[in-house]
Design a protein around this ligand. Structure first.
Ligand code: SF4
Length: 163
């Protein structure tokens, strides 16, 4: 299983969901959030349909500031700011591995807010640990226990978890 930005995002929301996704367990097909891509898309603020793809990494902001490359995403709300921050840091790491040093920015147009994201040694180590944890999680024979969190209300696996 290849760790990607979506798994990093969900790791910061619910580890049980990461296990379910990594195992390819199909959520409730009738749930409005069943398409995780759709959910992520709906929580992104798209000013236009431009999206930049680099390998399995996608972002919609790319510009040069002084001598730095900046990548980022427009988001509808900062509700999931922490998860979005780690997802963007993961993207920065993917670019770094490819020899591109970049910085990140999360933009919340509805809140007139922007958060600059920079990779440092501490966050890089934390991110490496997240990737290891996701790999370890995915080979567990059982999923982590259900922990009731606000996100459960939006989760396509809620029938599975609360049946
Ligand atoms: S319903 Fe809640 S506990 Fe279950 S996978 Fe979704 S977020 Fe996690």
């Amino acid at each position: 299983m290849e760790v990607n930005g979506t798994l990093i995002w969900f790791y910061n929301i619910c580890k049980r969901e990461v296990w379910l996704m990594a195992r390819g367990i199909v959520p409730d097909q009738n749930d409005e959030n069943v398409d995780l891509g759709k959910f992520m898309h709906e929580h992104s603020y798209k000013r236009n349909e431009k999206e930049i793809t680099f390998g399995n990494v996608k972002f919609d902001i790319l510009f040069k500031s002084k001598d730095k490359l900046v990548i980022g995403e427009n988001k509808k709300s900062s509700k999931y700011n922490e998860a979005s921050k780690w997802q963007l840091l993961y993207y920065l790491k993917v670019l770094k591995k490819a020899g591109v040093n970049a910085e990140g920015v999360l933009v919340y147009p509805n809140e007139r807010k922007r958060v600059e994201i920079k990779m440092d040694e501490k966050s890089e180590m934390k991110l490496d640990k997240m990737v290891d944890d996701i790999e370890q999680l995915s080979i567990l024979s059982k999923p982590p226990k259900v922990e009731k969190i606000p996100f459960c209300k939006k989760c396509a696996y809620r029938e599975f978890c609360y049946a």
